[in-house]
Design a binder for this molecule. Structure first.
Ligand code: SF4
Length: 343
């Protein structure tokens, strides 16, 4: 069987705690090819960052219980030894975080930090690493890179620091790049520039890109496919176009309605999703979105099915999957439907 370039299969990440097991990721599966972007979207605590950290082996050496398979270019990353994973981290798989200031060491020059990341995987002199670093800084749009290479992180603006992080992530030419909320801390103009830069570099390096965000607007800009996560599970998965124009799961619909410009309904008031995500220690027995879902009663007249039966993730059209008992998503699109949340 030929697997896609990245194939995450039935990934589970659980954390034992004194209060019980936190089920941060529960049976997650998705695929991604090189040169393509998968957007993973969901609220805080939905499992998007925890599941993606498993691709870098960041849960190794912690109390986390990780199982499933993560196939990258024919190799199951979960089967690698710690040493083998360490060699691949930063080289085959790299990550960009939301806050560059917490990822960059404040007392080291940025050029030294990027050069060190390069030398960790290449047997080259400091001088050669510095030349390569300056090239990368230029490539990510840092002006006067031969001078700025000797600056410290605090001497860069937020947007420029994120460019530095992108240079550091891409200097080893990784085949898979994970960007975790890379633009959340930036203002809108800089955010658009960083997203453009990521797309340009992805085309140039033919990288597979996972973009983690809580913002469907960002997904609409850059992702080929979208995976919507809720309470540690995939609840909807499909092409960006299909998912944004014909969402089929109420949580996805709620996310779309809570942003101003994806549906095109710019004159409508924003509707935040009521309530908050469930506990991952004692998740609801049936659909995890049931306590917040205004459509549960439309399934069987009472909402009992949603309350007690966990929906499977099923295909509704080729490539479009949803985890929801609601058969006809059209009812969600009707503004005048009389609705109230389950609780
Ligand atoms: Fe709502 Fe039921 Fe669908 Fe869950 S399964 S999202 S509660 S309609």
């Amino acid at each position: 069987m030929t697997r896609p370039f990245l194939s995450v299969e039935n990934l589970v990440v659980h954390f034992p705690t004194p209060d019980g097991i936190v089920r941060s990721t529960d049976g997650l599966s998705y695929t991604l090819e090189r040169g393509k972007t998968l957007g993973i979207v969901g609220e805080s605590g939905s499992g998007k960052s925890v599941s993606s950290s498993a691709l870098l082996g960041l849960h190794r050496g912690t109390s986390a219980r990780v199982s499933g398979e993560i196939w990258l270019d024919g190799v199951d990353l979960l089967k690698l030894s710690d040493e083998e994973m360490r060699k691949r981290r930063g080289k085959d798989v790299a990550m960009i975080f939301q806050d560059p200031l917490s990822s960059l060491h404040p007392y080291y020059r940025v050029g030294d930090q990027i050069g060190e990341a390069y030398r960790a995987h290449h047997n080259v002199s400091k001088r050669a690493a510095r030349i390569r670093t300056i090239e990368m800084l230029a490539r990510v749009g840092i002006p006067q890179p031969d001078r700025r290479v000797d600056d410290y992180p605090h001497q860069f603006s937020g947007g420029m620091r994120q460019r530095v992080m992108i240079a550091m992530a891409l200097i080893n030419d990784p085949t898979l790049l994970i960007a975790d909320e890379p633009t959340t801390a930036l203002d809108v103009t800089v955010q658009a520039q960083i997203l453009d830069l990521l797309q340009d570099l992805q085309n140039e390096f033919h990288t597979a890109l996972i973009l983690i965000t809580h913002d469907l607007g960002v997904i609409a800009e850059v992702a080929d496919d979208v995976l919507v996560m809720y309470a540690g599970r995939a609840v909807e998965y499909g092409s960006t176009r299909e998912l944004l124009t014909r969402p089929s799961m109420p949580y996805t619909w709620g996310l779309i309605q809570s942003i101003p410009d994806v549906s095109g309904a710019v004159d409508k008031p924003l509707r935040p999703i009521p309530g908050s995500p469930p506990s991952l220690v004692n998740p609801p027995k049936g659909c995890a979105f049931f306590p917040r879902c205004p459509y549960a009663k439309l399934v069987d007249g009472t909402g009992d099915r949603c309350a007690h039966e966990l929906p499977e993730l099923l295909s509704i059209t080729p490539g479009h999957l949803k985890r929801c008992h609601l058969e006809d998503p059209e009812v969600m699109y009707q503004d005048d439907t009389e609705l109230e949340t389950a609780r």
